[in-house]
Design a protein around this ligand. Structure first.
Ligand SMILES: NC(=O)c1ccc[n+]([C@@H]2O[C@H](COP(=O)([O-])OP(=O)(O)OC[C@H]3O[C@@H](n4cnc5c(N)ncnc54)[C@H](OP(=O)(O)O)[C@@H]3O)[C@@H](O)[C@H]2O)c1
Length: 335
């Protein structure tokens, strides 16, 4: 296939609301020696894209300034060091940016095959949440079979994946949500209980649901207002994994360190984007071995809330900021 010299991609005219994004024509990127060039058919919208557009999450050095952290499509060119992937192969990829475009480069190590029966939209909905949940809940949080997990934002793209994967790997999952419709969706996906954080104190509810024991792992994206309650919700030897600070990172009240020692708690966290290709490649290898077979059996899979054409990316971001969605918001780029 001939690769054109130019492509449509989304630019942001400075930091601001969804209206700062617009499609323009630009140059097709060239793959580095360890990268492939993908003809993008679909791309995922993720909350970190919203933060980047607003100016609070700048791309790391050397990453594309174009938004978009996950795509699915066809490999149309490969750098000279790439051996495992071939022209014409269908892949989904965790990108280092640049996904809101007709063509996008990604390290070959960050590409995975489409699970059987998947189309481009479903395949593009996998990388960002599966890499993040695997790295944080299973690698850092060490969630094991028979353990318990509390996921905040259970209906988010991340939350849906965390519920499904933890359930598939034999853990009991609890989620927090902001509405009854979202609670129902989380229960259908495998959560043992969903707690409406607007009407209940989740730490008290977790203690009640676990007969006073607490959960083994908490996956948190809310931040400071939940920190002390997250510690209260943890069992002895519990692990708190922090992946975002939607409501701030600085505690307003003093923090008593004693429970960290007396209850042997672990407080950890990570952010995916600045990690090295080697680290992301190791996560991709673990996903391929342990999670792709589960996807192939249909025991978990993406929940697609809505698909927008690439040119309507502003509406996709507005929907994400409204938090009315359950699961993933996607962009259709090409057939
Ligand atoms: N560290 C990493 O590597 C990494 C990677 C990817 C994403 N993330 C982060 O993970 C989070 C989710 O990303 P996403 O793309 O899945 O976003 P998303 O679908 O927009 O989800 C955001 C969620 O936050 C929930 N929420 C807001 N306030 C809440 C509160 N007080 N208590 C409980 N839940 C609350 C919302 O649910 P309600 O409507 O029910 O309130 C919504 O479901 C984002 O903060 C993102 O930045 C981190």
């Amino acid at each position: 296939m001939t690769v054109p010299a130019s492509m449509i991609h989304i630019v942001t005219d400075g930091a601001g609301g969804p209206e700062v994004m617009r499609p323009v024509s630009g140059r097709v990127p060239e793959p580095a020696p360890d990268e492939v060039l993908i003809r993008v058919q679909a791309a995922g919208v993720n909350r970190p894209d919203v933060a980047q557009r607003q100016g609070s999450y700048p791309p790391p050095p050397n990453a594309s300034p174009i938004l978009g952290l996950e795509v699915a499509g066809e490999v149309v060119a490969a750098g000279r060091e790439v051996q495992a992937l071939h022209i014409g192969e269908r892949v989904c990829a965790l990108t280092n940016g640049g996904g809101y475009a007709e063509y996008c480069v990604a390290p070959a190590a960050q590409c995975l095959p489409w699970p059987p029966g998947y189309d481009a939209i479903r395949a593009a909905a996998l990388p960002e949440t599966y890499f993040t949940v695997w790295a944080n809940v299973f690698m850092l949080g060490r969630l094991g079979r028979g353990e318990t997990l509390l996921v905040h934002g259970g209906s988010s793209g991340i939350g849906v994946t965390a519920i499904q994967l933890a359930d598939a790997f034999g853990a009991t999952v609890y989620a927090t949500v902001g509405s009854e419709a979202k609670a129902e969706a989380c229960r259908r996906l495998g959560a043992a209980a969903a707690i409406n954080y607007r009407s209940a104190d989740f730490a008290e509810e977790i203690r009640r649901l676990t007969d006073g024991r607490g959960v083994d792992v908490v996956l948190d994206m809310v931040g400071a207002p939940y920190f002390l309650r997250n510690l209260r919700a943890l069992a002895i030897d519990g692990r708190l994994v922090q992946i975002a600070f939607l409501h701030g990172a600085k505690l307003a009240e003093p923090f008593d360190l004693a429970p960290v020692m007396t209850r042997r708690l672990t407080i950890t966290g990570s952010t995916m984007r600045p990690r090295s290709t080697e680290q992301k490649g190791a996560i991709a290898a673990a996903l391929r071995d342990q999670v792709w077979p589960v996807l192939a059996h249909g025991r978990c899979g993406p929940v697609i809330h809505r698909v927008f054409p690439l040119a309507e990316v502003a509406a996709a971001h507005a929907l994400m900021e409204s938090s009315h969605h359950i699961g993933k918001i996607m962009l259709h780029v090409a057939d």
